[in-house]
Write a protein that binds this ligand. Structure first.
Ligand code: 5SP
Length: 217
């Protein structure tokens, strides 16, 4: 079980401080939400920001591209230091090629699906991927409520993994707090992204501890 705090909810003027705090408290990844103002109605970080935070942490940078034409930026994010790159199935007609491009850069390949997207659309790439991100809110903003219907998709993906012997981790993102994390874990999730729950708190270290307890029970 892994925790991946989303720096979307960190203090952008003190990103280094936020990252060091969560690293010190035993999280597993740093989740970087890249938004382009087209695929989602919000704009955040480009490869330059990723490159700037790369030396600040030893943790893998779990990079979630919420951008149109992700193929145009995969190399830039890989060269900036991303360890995992996630591309949305909805963002490109060539998701198979995008996954190949990520793997060719020796970066872990992730496919991401929105709450309204069925797993049928990614069925034929499941054998290739290292991680699948099941969005449990509509992407674009932190602080939204968990969408219950996502649990079915997590169960289906966990069953398929067992049945076919696939190796992917199942990551969940959006509205993750101890209670939703426990239910996602029971459904088969392995990696838990949390933004506002961790960085929106006065004592993020306590929140990390509570999340850890919720997913280890
Ligand atoms: O990708 C996204 C939003 O598009 C997420 O990573 C959010 O940052 C999660 O925020 P919380 O729901 O945990 O506040």
């Amino acid at each position: 079980m892994k925790i991946s705090p989303s720096i979307l909810s960190a203090d952008f003027a003190n990103l280094q401080q936020g990252i060091e705090l969560v690293e010190k408290n035993g999280v597993d990844y740093i989740h970087v939400d890249v938004m382009d103002g087209h695929f989602v109605p919000n704009i955040t970080f480009g490869p330059n920001v990723l490159q700037a935070i790369r030396p600040v942490t030893k943790l893998p940078l779990d990079t979630h591209l919420m951008i149109e034409n992700p193929e145009d930026y995969i190399d830039a994010f890989a060269e900036a230091g991303a360890d995992i790159i996630g591309v949305h199935a909805e963002a490109t007609p060539h998701i198979h090629r995008a996954i190949q491009m990520i793997k060719n850069k020796n970066v872990q390949a992730e496919v991401v699906i929105n709450p309204g997207t069925s797993i049928n659309s990614i069925y034929h790439i499941l054998s290739m991927i290292d991680q699948i991100l099941v969005m449990t809110v509509n992407p674009g903003f932190g602080g939204q409520s968990f969408i219950e219907e996502s649990l079915d998709k997590i169960r289906q993906l966990a069953d398929l993994r067992d049945e076919k012997g696939y190796h992917y981790d199942i990551e969940v993102d959006g509205g993750i707090v101890p209670e939703t994390a426990t239910r996602c874990k029971e459904a088969g999730a392995d990696v838990f992204v949390a933004g506002s729950y961790i960085f929106g708190a006065e004592q993020p270290e306590k929140r990390i501890q509570l999340l850890k307890e919720a997913i280890s029970e």
